[in-house]
Design a protein around this ligand. Structure first.
Ligand code: SF4
Length: 367
């Protein structure tokens, strides 16, 4: 068929340098990727690989694993080899694990120069080892662990402090001719975080990894991340994202993908358009929407399904969708591409919608 027109976005992506994280490109014209981090002990290789498999199935592009001890470092070669997606080793404090992770075949290493003593002296060797192995680096500046020199100067983790730290650390790698790195400047306050990334993006063409630290439990963390990433991505800033939630990492991936889909930075898949319900509703809209969502989980085509509580706005909205239902009088009018194809008793709405969705999906191609 005809190639689909790309969906409009709010701003062109800012041109950043393209780097490689294993098989995934980050920056430049590469699609914004979604990352998450395992919560298992890295030493528990099977559990970690199992979680990585779950993340991969959920659509995660790149996964990070913590490496706080020698035993964790020793688990990295198998994890890096068996993971289906690129693995980034997350290193704090101990430069020796940076070298171990590079040797282990990790796609990238995240370093936090703020908490590695005498980091400046180590950069030359890190850059040389990374270059040898084709490993990229993330310079992960974090409000909670800023360099003492910068904290003394700014008093607290302001956007300017985060940016100065990042630019300084970037220059250390650049002095050694190493450019295969991306940068993050994370803060738990979306306002500070957004401002820091905006300023950083003005200062260079480094690919940027977006994240709000300690974003919180699922509800708060989702909103904080969506707000902050939305503000930046809508200005073309951000090349890879990680939503941090105090919740299972698969949830982080789902939220990340949904943010990108909402901004047309990733093709939309199944979309349930359900009304908020109101006093006119003649059916339990929440339950109906939930059952339809569950029944169609994993659908790979951009199908829009409208679930409407009554016949006031119902048919209008349902007509705009590929498929929809408007309920009333204990019945559901089922619409396909704007036409009422049948009316079924309320008890059959869910199964009818799922049946019709499957039938339509077979005629559609993934975007
Ligand atoms: Fe209320 Fe009907 Fe609109 Fe749903 S579709 S919000 S029930 S008026």
């Amino acid at each position: 068929g005809m190639p689909a027109m790309p969906a409009p976005t709010l701003a062109p992506r800012k041109k950043t340098r393209k780097i490689k994280v294993g098989s995934v490109y980050v920056g430049g014209d590469a699609p914004v990727s979604v990352q998450s981090m395992t919560t298992t002990k890295t030493t528990d290789i099977n559990a970690t690989l199992q979680q990585i498999a779950e993340l991969t199935a959920a659509g995660c592009d790149i996964v990070r694993v913590a490496c706080p001890t020698q035993d964790d470092a020793e688990a990295l070669p198998i994890i890096a080899k068996k993971s289906q997606i690129p693995v980034i080793a997350d290193i704090h404090f101990q430069p020796k694990y940076v070298f171990a992770a590079i040797e282990a075949g990790c796609a990238a290493v995240r370093v936090n120069p703020g908490n590695i003593k005498r980091f400046d002296d180590q950069v030359k060797e890190i850059a040389a080892a990374a270059k040898d192995h084709g490993t990229s680096i993330r310079i992960g500046v974090n409000a909670g662990s800023l360099d003492k020199r910068i904290m003394d100067k700014y008093g607290k983790a302001t956007p300017e402090a985060l940016v100065e730290s990042a630019v300084w650390e970037a220059s250390l790698f650049e002095e050694h001719g190493f450019h295969d790195f991306k940068i993050s400047v994370k803060h738990n306050d979306p306002v500070v975080m957004v401002e820091a990334y905006r300023q950083l993006s003005e200062r260079g063409d480094w690919p940027l990894h977006l994240g709000v630290t300690e974003a919180g439990p699922a509800f708060q963390g989702t909103i904080k991340s969506a707000t902050a990433f939305g503000a930046l991505l809508s200005q073309g800033i951000g090349d890879t994202i990680r939503v941090s939630l105090s919740a299972p990492p698969v949830e982080e991936v789902k939220v990340g993908i949904q943010i990108l889909q909402s901004l047309n930075l990733r093709p939309r898949k199944l979309e349930i358009v359900s009304c908020p319900s109101c006093g006119r509703a003649q059916v339990d809209v929440y339950e109906l929407a939930e059952k339809v969502t569950a029944g169609l989980e994993g659908m790979e085509v951009p199908l829009r399904v409208a679930v409407m509580g009554c016949v006031v706005n119902g048919p209008g909205e349902a007509r705009e969708a590929d498929l929809g239902v408007a309920s009333g009088n204990g019945k559901g009018q089922i619409f396909v591409k704007g036409e009422v194809i049948k009316t079924v008793p309320e008890s059959q709405i869910v199964e009818t919608l799922i049946e019709e969705a499957m039938r339509i999906a077979e005629t559609m191609e993934p975007e």
